[in-house]
Design a protein around this ligand. Structure first.
Ligand code: CDV
Length: 340
């Protein structure tokens, strides 16, 4: 019996650093835009919506922020019982999702007693079912420079690396017949690392949810020529985003929903689009048409994962873990000795 589900990616456009749209509480303007996306999802009977990485504010790790109060203003503090769903700055968004009966995956900057993390939670009926903390933090601790037009990438400064691993989970609320979907979450840069995908693949993941903020132009980060053509750079960033998501969805036989925070924040820092829904054979089945707030919807049949999971990527039949030791034994490259 097919296991049909209507899902969506919520692409979110420009959010500026200094405005009611971003770092003031409650985050009223952003929340009203996000709620409009939820209502559009409801009109189309969508059951699961994936929102971007750091959905509620601008992508602040691009700035060197020395003012502690300003930095703090970008973070959410979770409730001990319900997690992010009752966090005071953003509660109206989760209340509306709950009223509409829509499950959401949402990224945000998390301030916790353990430290600060770049986090995504899966929220169903006003309750965080589980959360994921970004493992692969890109960029640097020190800024490239303090020129106001430079796109810094200071995640290593503002966040600790995620400490929850890659835990797939069931979503009973979306059960069809006897089997609840198996879901995984990654955040932005994580999608470029096959290791995380495979951890989820080995737990039978069927829907991978990924939010991201990916710069369209960052020569300092890439070590590229600062005079490179901006259109070429943007196309390349989009190409690499699609390449890794399609390839890893295919090799782990899973659907994948990607949601972009995109547009020109502050009118000068461009983030790529590329929100899409990918099937387990790696094909894009729906994708964004605009570079602003937009809902990308698709009907998926979770049983379509079975072709890959039972044939080409039947892990239990074909994997040879006895040869993969180097992947967990070392982080960096050790080249073979030079031949003299
Ligand atoms: N937010 C991110 O993790 N962005 C990275 C960029 C900086 C390389 C990404 O992988 O898209």
């Amino acid at each position: 019996m097919p296991r049909h589900l209507r899902v969506a990616a919520a692409q979110v456009g420009r959010i500026d650093r200094f405005s009611d749209q971003s770092n003031t509480a409650p985050r009223s303007e952003v929340l009203s835009r996000l709620i409009a996306l939820l209502e559009a999802a409801d009109k189309q009977s969508v059951k699961l919506v994936v929102f971007p990485e750091i959905t509620f504010t601008t992508f602040f790790p691009r700035y060197l922020i020395n003012d502690e109060a300003e930095l703090d203003s970008f973070f959410e503090v979770e409730d001990a019982e319900t997690g992010i769903a009752s966090s005071p700055n953003v509660k109206p968004f989760f209340d509306r999702a709950s009223q509409l009966g829509i499950d959401v995956v949402v990224g945000y900057a998390e301030k916790s007693p353990e430290g600060n993390y770049n986090t995504a939670s899966y929220v169903s009926n006003g309750q965080a079912l589980t959360k994921y903390r970004k493992v692969h933090l890109p960029g640097t601790f020190e800024p490239f420079n303090d020129h106001p037009d430079t796109t810094n990438q200071l995640e290593k400064r503002y966040f600790k690396p995620g400490n929850l691993g890659f835990q797939a989970f069931r979503v009973p609320n979306l059960r069809h017949g006897t089997k609840s979907p198996i879901v995984g979450m990654l955040i932005c840069n994580d999608r470029r690392w096959a290791e995380g995908w495979r951890c989820y693949g080995l737990q039978g993941v069927e829907i991978m949810c990924i939010g991201y903020n990916t710069v369209a132009w960052a020569p300092e980060l890439w070590g590229a020529d600062p005079n490179m053509d901006r259109d070429v750079a943007r196309q390349d960033a989009l190409f690499h985003h699609k390449l890794v998501c399609q390839a890893n969805a295919y090799t782990n036989a899973t659907f994948c929903i990607t949601a972009a925070r995109c547009g020109w924040d502050d009118g000068k820092f461009e983030l790529i689009t590329g929100s899409m829904i990918i099937d387990p054979e790696g094909h894009i089945v729906a994708e964004n048409k605009t570079d602003g707030d937009e809902l990308i919807v698709a009907d998926i049949d979770l049983d379509a994962c079975q072709q890959g999971k039972t044939r080409t990527f039947a892990f239990e039949k074909h994997r040879r873990p006895e040869h993969y030791g180097v992947i967990v034994e070392r982080a960096g490259v050790v080249e073979p000795p030079e031949v003299l």
